[in-house]
Ligand binder design. Sequence first.
Ligand SMILES: CC1=C(CCC(=O)O)c2cc3nc(cc4[nH]c(cc5[nH]c(cc1n2)c(C)c5CCC(=O)O)c(CCC(=O)O)c4C)C(CCC(=O)O)=C3C
Ligand SMILES: [Fe+2]
Length: 383
Amino acid sequence: MPTTTTSQALDARPYDALLLYSFGGPNKPEDVVPFLRNVTAGKGIPDSRLEEVGEHYYGFGGKSPINEQNLALKAALEKELAERGLDLPVVWGNRNWEPYTTDAIDELERLGAQRAVALVTSAYSSYSGCRQYREDLAVVLDERGQLGPDGSTGVQFDKIRSYFNTPGFVQANVDAVVEAFEQLTAQGGDAQAAKIVFVTHSIPTTMEEASGVGHATYSEQHLDVAAVIAAAVGERLGHGVEWELAYCSRSGPPSQPWLEPDVNDLLEERAGEGLRNVVLSPIGFVSDHMEVAYDLDTEALETARELGVHAVRAGTVGTREVFVKQLVDLVLERAALARGEDVQEAVVGNLPAFPSVTPNDCCLRVHEQPSGIPALCSEDMHR
Ligand SMILES: CC1=C(CCC(=O)O)c2cc3nc(cc4[nH]c(cc5[nH]c(cc1n2)c(C)c5CCC(=O)O)c(CCC(=O)O)c4C)C(CCC(=O)O)=C3C
Ligand SMILES: [Fe+2]
């Protein structure tokens, strides 16, 4: 039997393609409304919220940074794969904008791919970051007449595990936060006194509860990895650093509870207690999405300024080398698993590696309320 290291270093079999699967975003003003319609179909988001979010996009010329970020990640993955001698084409697709899921499947078929490994651009497990991607794949396959009782009857899909608690994701965030501390000092801020406020996307508390089937919940995942990042940053800086987790980008009706505190509310409260220096670390986002560009760089930094708080926003992991290498390691790990080999799954923090084949009721939108939609890469849909 080959050792894991050797086979992982060289072999992506049985996969013949990598699907980079993301959210999508508008490229121009005319795209904004159709994009928002795609995102919100049947989700009960009030019109007032949609108009507000539309304005965020128009404020940036109707263009989200997300598509360029994904193209950059695709290029970085291609480079890393080529450097390792791996002949694995990368195909990009999105749930909510061009190139759509069906375009990506067309492309996979054009390449003659029979078995693809999917990498979703969300590091954490919840309905929004995990199951929704797997359901959309199933829905699109169904529309194409390619969904059988145990998965796709065409190109087969597996998925790499949620990667928030992998060494490369954590290291990339540590590097970014340390750089933000250096920037704070260079700007005349007080790095010794600064607190890290980790930020992620809020979700409804019902979705939070449902995210904990078979593994830690969405917020627990963030708290676990935030503690590791903060400790490593403290070591690099040579002094302890305090930290907290806050949320951004809530939507839905005001009556519906979502995870709190909101980052702006937290800044206000801590400023009232005397906090004057903050590093905002958007660990919930793998690249500079609109949430980062608007909710953090526009809104939260403005809040901080009004409060007299010196705040610096740390970078997202984006295409940092250590992160890209981790993603390719995860592809190879998934391939070794698919070949039935023993695999040492690298993790950091106190939580175990998340499942590569997810339980059937993993990450439902609402706990114990079946969605009625099959989700790919779950136990039932995995042959
Ligand atoms: C957890 C999470 C992630 C992180 C995981 C991941 O990355 O997948 C994420 C990512 C993203 N969300 C995005 C955009 C939007 N999300 C919305 C709505 C919602 N997001 C939710 C959660 C999440 N969302 C939820 C619970 C809703 C309510 C509706 C529902 O229950 O599903 C809405 C509707 C308006 C509004 O409510 O804001 C928009 C426009 C974009 C694109 C940004 C760009 O263009 O750069 C990205 C990457
Ligand atoms: Fe979202």
